[in-house]
Ligand binder design. Sequence first.
Ligand SMILES: *Cc1c(COP(=O)(O)O)cnc(C)c1O
Length: 384
Amino acid sequence: MTKRPLHPRSLAAQAMGKIDPLTKAVVPPIHVSTTYIRDEDNAYSSGFIYGRPDNETVHEAQAVLAMLEEAKAGALLFSSGMAAATAVFQALSPGDHVVASKVMYWALRSWLLTEATRWGLKIDFVESDDLDKLKAAVKPGVTKLVWIETPSNPLWTITDIAAAAEIAHAAGARLAVDSTCASPVHTRPLTLGADIVMHAATKVLNGHSDVIAGALCARQDDEFWARIKTVRKGQGGILGPFEAYLLMRGMRTLHVRQERQSASAMALAQKLAAHPLVSRVLYPGLPQHPGHDIAARQMEGGFGFMLSVQVTGGEAAAVATAAHVELYKRATSLGGVESLIEHRASIEGAGSPCPPDLLRLSTGIEDVDDLFADLDQALKAGHR
Ligand SMILES: *Cc1c(COP(=O)(O)O)cnc(C)c1O
């Protein structure tokens, strides 16, 4: 008899269902040991040698994420999203050509423009939501990596992952996707042809704004994935066992949080689109969003928890609106159970495509009517 496969939400809720063999504990213990006993014949029969590359709690959290992303080659956790992302670029060689999304997480764009360039990577930034521009930027035989973020910070532009994978592969390059804001609940890029998926696990995967963590998942256990493992082990940007445990606890509720957050984000986007003090709502769930049709194809069960609004009255009104929120928290980051608001242009600095009248909203799990009422009163107070 073949067993019916379990839904990812069932496996995630039980963190893969592992029971501690010694105590039968339903929640596995946190493994803190930095070192492991060698056998009398000098072998390491457990497979664990030293705590930097080998930690069971980290492995357990990686197994949950690999399952969620349908990552055949597995997942690797890192000390932060930036440590995960930069490991991909550090696995390239000096002189390699990279094409990256113009609209992306600002700190990574800044790292690519400074450190990665200093190490000899040649990087072209392109509006990857425009496939003709992406195709024109990729150089067959020369480009080694295409890096996209979708939906991308803070405009929530959508790149067609399957089409980008075809373009990258036709040129002999790999496709990596920063899927932080989609989460595996809505999009699984590896099933659409991507080679590597990156997450700032700090955000919605953990979901409680109390862990900094990053992750990579791979479709194929090839020489590039091996090099990424070597970079992680050598540079030591690993996740500690306590953080791995907290992340695993967060992922147990990922599906319920995401469903609530995405449904609320959609409701807020619709209401804000009709608000007289809002000039534009950027949310891929709205039919007027330029990426809506592609998002409807490649995102399942919702369009994510992130949206941005442009307010009437320009930058001053945007900053004043953020100053008047009461329930929303005025803070950077995203994906937690608490809703956050941020004037992005003040953070992103020169070279950012972020308009000055934009406020970024991360939708939490609070009552959606409370969230809208708070934005409504803040918009009115900010325009006085
Ligand atoms: C936060 C974030 C990162 C960086 O993650 P850290 O854990 O802060 O290093 C990368 N990409 C996106 C889309 C993010 O939101």
